[in-house]
Design a protein around this ligand. Structure first.
Ligand code: CP
Ligand code: NVA
Length: 332
């Protein structure tokens, strides 16, 4: 079903119906096929978008840049060197950028910032990750699951770890809108807010999906199609939280034993970057300090045939292209 999303902000998937989300997935699949076949899609030639990154990124930044280029759009990257939020308020920066650009991507801290950018800029704003939500990641994840299983409804997805942050919250929203059976597994104190779960339960009534919160790994993994995890400490959190987070979440590390408890056909997903080995700067420091060799997922699972993490990463680009294409116009 075609939906007209021209002029719509993309701040959280709460704002989109299941039909609209499915439409963006269909469009992403179509754009992916066109990219593979070398068919040009530069339908927004002459437009300009700003990419604001107050937190670091590899996938999201590259996905926005490549997607925009493929659509014929020029990008301006704004990070450390800009005045935004330092010498100039968000409201003032938004009004300046709104005079120059057709759309603005924002990655950073509170959701209120991206909401304010949308309110004051008067142009389309896309959330490239806030503390609360990561909606573009969800489209990539859903496209990946649909590609692997041919459907979304009835898929059992188990998320291990801290579910109070962007990935956990966003999984609750997208799964309840699209009819997946989501299980959040970890210590109770990392469960998503009850208010969000209640809101999602209403969407589940429409979609046939469900949300289960459990501390029990066996219950969680029974008949699971997807095992999903995220880093134990998110960007912007203070270093002091590492010790408690490791103690709490280590029992919920995704390893070969956990994968064995799921269906034999289960896939492993992770939004990335991942501490599956501790060869990176931060990984090494934390690993040495706490005597770890891996964190949220072990290297054997990450590198296994069940792992689809790089399909997910590729799909960030195709899905972000769909979001930009649809919200900047309907000429496709
Ligand atoms: N998954 C994700 O958002 O990756 P980056 O932090 O590299 O953008
Ligand atoms: N929860 C992670 C997601 C990274 C894509 C973070 O916010 O750092």
């Amino acid at each position: 079903m075609a939906c007209d999303l021209k002029g719509r902000n993309f701040l959280t998937l709460k704002d989109f119906s299941s039909e609209e989300i499915s439409f963006m997935l269909d469009l992403a699949a179509d754009l992916k096929e066109k990219k593979k076949k070398g068919i040009p899609v530069d339908i927004h030639r002459g437009k300009n978008i700003a990419l604001i990154f107050e937190k670091t990124s590899t996938r999201t930044r590259c996905a926005f840049e490549v997607a925009a280029h493929d659509l014929g759009i020029c990008t301006t990257y704004l990070a450390e060197g800009s005045q935004i939020g330092k010498k100039e308020s968000i409201a003032d920066s938004a009004r300046v950028l709104g005079r120059m650009f057709d759309g603005i991507e924002y990655r950073g801290y509170g959701q209120q910032i991206v909401e304010d950018l949308a309110k004051y800029s008067g142009v389309v704003v896309w959330n490239g990750l806030t503390d609360e939500y990561h909606p573009t990641q969800m489209l990539a994840d859903m496209l990946t699951i649909r590609e692997k299983f041919g459907k979304l409804k009835g898929i059992k997805l188990v998320y291990f770890g801290d579910a109070r942050f962007n990935i956990g919250n966003s999984l609750c929203i997208v799964c309840s809108k699209l009819g997946l059976d989501l299980v959040i597994c970890g210590p109770q104190k990392y469960f998503p807010a009850q208010s969000l779960v209640s809101e999602c339960n209403d969407w589940c009534k429409q979609s046939g999906g469900s949300i289960t919160l459990t501390e029990d790994i066996d219950v969680a993994c029974k008949d699971a199609d997807v095992i999903y995890t995220d880093v134990w400490v998110s960007m912007g959190e203070p270093d002091e939280v590492w010790a408690e987070r490791i103690a709490d979440l280590k029992p919920y590390q995704v390893n070969a034993d956990v994968m064995k408890k799921a269906k034999p056909t289960a896939i492993f997903m992770h939004d990335l970057p991942s501490f599956h080995n501790l060869e990176t700067k931060i990984g090494k420091e934390v690993g040495e300090k706490f005597g770890l060799t891996a964190m949220e997922v072990t290297d054997d699972v990450f590198e296994s045939a069940q792992s689809v993490v790089f399909d997910e990463a590729e799909n960030r680009m195709h899905t972000i292209k769909a979001v930009i294409a649809a919200t900047l116009g309907n000429n496709f």
